[in-house]
Each structure stands twice: as structure tokens, then as C-alpha cells.
Design a protein around this ligand. Sequence first.
Ligand code: G3P
Ligand code: CA
Length: 742
Amino acid sequence: MKTCFVRLTALLALGLSPALAATLVGYAELPADTFAAGPASGAYNGQGVRGAARFPSQPVQGFSGVQAAKDGSYVFLSDNGYGAKANSADFLLRMYRLNLTAKNGPTGKGEVKVGNFIQLRDPDRKVPWLIVNGASADRLLTGADFDVEGFVVAPDGTLWVGDEFGPYLLHFSADGKLLDAPIATPNLVGLPTLKGQAPIVVGHRGSSGTRPEHTLESYRMAIEGGADFVEPDLVVTKDGVLVARHEPVMASVDKDGKVLEATTDVATRPEFKDRLTTKKLDGVDVRGYFVEDFTLAELKTLRAVERLPALRGKNYDGKFEVPTLAEVIALVKDVEAKTGRKVGIYPETKHPTYFRQMGVNTSQLLIDTLKKEGFTNPDRVFIQSFETANLKDLKASIMPKAGVSLPLVQLVSSPDEAPYDWTAQGDTRKYGALTTDAALKDIAAYASGVGAYKRWIITDQGETTDFVARAHAAGLMVHPWTFRNEATYLLPAYANDPEAEMRQALRAGVDGFFTDFPATGANVVRAYTAPEVRSPQNPAFATGTSSSAANLGGSGGFEGVALSPSGKTLYALLEKTVTGDVAGQLRLHAFDLASRTWTLAGRYTLEDAGNAIGDLTPVNATEYLVLERDNGSGDTAKFKRVYKVSTSEKNADGTLKKTLVVDLMNVKDPQGLAPSTRSGTFTFPYVTIENVLVLDANTILVANDNNYPGTGGRGADVKDHTEFLWLKLDAPLNLAEGVGRK
Ligand code: G3P
Ligand code: CA
């Protein structure tokens, strides 16, 4: 007794609940090979190629949803057939009435009788795309049309079914006729950007991950990849023309003449060897070839080379010129003329103090060039700088005098660096001084945003900071840099997935980001901002009508649907995480049956991001049972549980509170009701468990989905049956009136 008390105390001290062990009080099973009338099926393979039918009629199982019928029987929904769209075109979608008799004593006998069925069908042609039996009059629905995973019976007797292919909600009459067009799933998450606007993708130096940076070809690739803006860094030629280079130095060399870094082939040109010189650039001696020592005509004889050849290769060296700002503007205008797309330009005046010391005001030159080229639409330009004084000058003087007003962006580099205009004046502060709440407020007086080094937003431990929230509070947009696909630039937590880093930044609320791979960035933003949640099986992809990629994994749709005890709200829980959401968090939707409007009821957190949910059923107005399981079966099954989730109580991170109700891998069976029970303990090691229903305050019904003709739950070569469990809970549920079997 004392030992037990100590163990319990220790568990509670660790914040853990002691393992629950519900009791099996009833058991029945339905043999795997159970068939109902209907056409032969199982003729299609995983590629959708038709062969010989494996079964003479329709398999009854596996089951993906259950409701109690008034006459004491149960209605079970059959899953989509053989596990995939391609192989399930001859599996008819049905609900079967089952009469269950539990074995509830050592000598009793469990029994399952399959009664009549409801055939789901679309005779009124509500489905607007091609379905398998589209040409027939009754248009019987198949497992290639929808993947049905749960259902409820509304107060008016109609049936609402959750699907995975859309995912959709499907509305049927009581006898299975589709009443409405499939209802798509809206992407309900409001964008956490400054004003809820879509984040922008800035092609950093163009598409510099795939072409030599700051060439027209690099910008063109960025635009083709979906960049909203292209970024030219700007320096000045000897004859006063703004050209795109990251640095004034086009090739830096060491004291022995060895090239350290180059963005052009100038160091290989004997005709320019006299231009090799050493200059002080922002207080540092730099030896090399400088743009300001070349006329535009001379510069145009050079060719761009890859800055990072060891990482990105030299395939495009020698092919492209150094472009002028005017040529970059001409490129985006040409794109607009040909396609209608209004791509913006995000220029950065490089080293303003350095050029100012030469007598060149690059900010003035930039505004003059934009005006001359007719590119002053504030929706299509952001002007950025790592210094502060030039931006203030632009805001207070240069732009007003020129009659233009363009948004400015204060760049904020790493904490060990400083704006050079400060350093040049003896101010020893670093960039951190621009990140306080007061400093952000000051920035907002002259700029519309901050272009922040990304570690201000996501630390090198992968943690999201409060930087974006604080910048937003000051009214500033946030455009971090630089997102790169190569593994060498990614934190270990991203597991070599550059999209994971971009998604974390989007979740943090950034208003856009600079990336060397804008095609990747645009893909991530498209999925993040898509108006609908769509699985890869959504018909929009087959018909080519979707402008974005799938933002939900396959088999990730409405696995759990439940009706509130009031009968007014249908709750629909996704099985997988929507792209961009925190891994392991599942959206719980509330669908108002009267107004047919959706809201986000909350987020359910899986115990492990690799888990999945199997069903959802009501307890009362704010509590619902959820089946959660791992992907193991038989000996590899470890986690099969029933949780109770609250729609009214939230954890500190805003997710819904949940509590363990039953551990299906540890059920007491003192009477030995189930044939698999060993030493009084029953386990339920099926890969998918998709049926749960509250019978009374102390008892729930649970059944697996046997994925007919799947095996593995009770042995590698044993066809899985459907097992029906009556489980007595350790603690009673707080049932609402009307929930449970009378
Ligand atoms: O300008 C912001 C972004 O481009 C990062 O800076 O050094 O690549 O010009 P940088
Ligand atoms: Ca830049």
C-alpha cells in the first residue's frame, strides 16, 4: 500500500497521470470475410489498373464511423474500400446496420448480425466533377469518389459525413441521397501578418540559389518562380549609373593576388589589371576591383560569375552581364506587359556613407532613376538600407522634393554589427539598439518595415522570439533574411527541409521574407495562404483548377466528426496537420448546421506528431472523446488511446486541453472475454481504430477499422477481424442529456 502511494505521488510530481486501465465488459467480433450483396469488387490495383475481381460481392468492412440507432442497433460507416482512391473504384460507399450482442460473461457468446444498408449515391448530380458511376442514373458513390471517415445524424434525420479526399463535408438524406454539393474546407487561420495581408516573397539578389546573383537571368528566374519582389543591391559606376551588385568590389583578392570572392570575371581581364586597388570600405581595408572605377561601358564588357561556386557550381559563369537598375525596371515592366503580373522591386542602396564620402548621394540617384523610369508605385517598391541617416533623409527630404512617397525598410543586421553611419560618427551602439520597443517606435516614424536578420525572429536554437509581435505593435512590417535551401544554412531541427524554416517564419507572423530560392518560398506561401484546405486527392488537382499545392497530407481529412448535444454544431477534426501549422496540432472545425458557416473551434495536440486520430464523439457540449493512435499494429503497436478533449479549456499555448480516458493497450479483462486476452490484460493493437461511441456515463463502445483485407493486428498472416469492445471506464463521464444509448 505504501509503495503504491509513493509511486502515485512520484507520478503526480512529474505531472503524469497513472496509467488508466478500463475494464472490458463486453466483446464481439465480425469475421473479416463478411460480404453483402452487390457487384464484384477488388479488381483495381494501386495504379488504378483493372484486373480480375478479388471478391464476388461487396466487403462489409472496415468501419470508419458509428452511431447508435433508435431501435437498439448500430449504424456503421464503411471506409473507402481498399485504402486508396486508385484501387477502390468498385467499392460502394455504404452504411450498414449491425445488431451487436456482447459476450459479457465467461460462458456467454458475442454476436454481430449485419442487417440492411444505406447506399450513398448522387442521383441529383450534386457532385460537380466526374465520378466513377457518373453516367448511370443512380450514380452510386464509390471509394474512388470519396473517402468517408465519420458521420453524424442531424436532428432532421439527414446524415453528415466527413471525407478525406477534399476534405469535404457531405450531406445525405436519411436514405443516402446526396443533398448538396460537397462542402469544401476553408483555410480558417487568419494570417498573423501586420494587417492580415498575404506575406511577400522577395527574390534575394534574384533567384541567387540557382543563377549568378544580380543578373537579369537571376531576376527572371525569381519572377518565374513566383517572387512578388526582386531585390537589386545597388552600387554606382564611375559615370554615375546605379547597377546591381551586392558590393562595390566585384572581385576581392588577397595580398598575393588570389581571388577570395568574385561576382564577375574582372580579375581574369588583363585590360583591367590597373584597376586593382585597396580601399577602406566601411572602415575595413578591401583589396580588389571596384565598380566605381569602371564606366558603365567598361562594366558591360564583364560577365557575372557564381559567388559561391563550391556550393552552387559554375554552370552559368560567363553568360550574363551586370544589369543597371533601369534594366531591372524594364524587365519587370516587360513581365507586366506580357503576363499582367505586377512584380515589385526592393532596391537596397549599398554603403551610403561610403559613396557619400565620394560625393555621390545614392538615395537621390535611386529616386531620380525610379522617377525617370516611371516606377514609383508605392505598392511595387520598398527601399531598404542597413544605415539609418539615408533613410531618414529619403523620408524627410529626398522623396517629398521629388514628389514621390515610397515605403522604406530599416535593415537590422546581427547583434555584433552596427549601422556604419553610426560608426562613422563615433556612435558605438550596435544593431541591438534598433530592436528595443522604443527604437522600433522611432523607426516607425520614417519606415514602414524592418528587414531583420532572421535570428532576431528565430534563434539558433530554433525558438521563435517576440520580435515580430513587438515590431507589429510599433506598426512595422517585418521582412527577415536570408532563407536558403542548402542544408548548410538550415538548423538541425528542420531536418534538411528548407520549407520548414519558412513555415516557422510565417507562423511567427512575418510579412514576407528574402530567399535565394523564391520558387520554394512562393510554394510555401501559396500553401499557407490558400483559401481552402486541400488534400492531394482533391479534385481541383486532377482538373488543374488549383493555383496552389496541397496543404494537407493524403489521408489527413475529416477522420472525426461529431454532433454537439444541441444538434446545432457539427465538429470536424482533421487527421493531419495543415501545412504551416505547428507539427502535431490538428484543426478542430465547428460547422454551424443552420447557417452553414465554419469557425475554428481549436487545435487538438497529438501526443506524438506521428500519431493520427481515428474518431470523435460527444460527451457533452464542451467535451468530446477522441481516438488517437500510432501507426503500429501487432507487436509494433504502442499507442492506442481514447482522450477527452475540451472545447472550452485551453493550455497555455492555446491548444485544447485533453485528458486520458482509456489506454487501449492496457485494458483489464478479468473475465477473459476476448480470445486475445493474456493474464487478464487485453490490448487492442490494430493500426487503425476508427469507431468510438458513448453508451452511458461509465461505458463506451470501441471498434477497429480492419482495412479489409488487411492483416497484422492479431498476427502477421491473420486477416484482421472487426472487434467490438464494451469498455467500463475508471471514472464516469459527465454526459449531457441525450448523449449515450437510452
Ligand atoms: O537587404 C537585406 C538582404 O538582402 C540581406 O542583406 O547582405 O544580402 O544585402 P544582403
Ligand atoms: Ca540586400
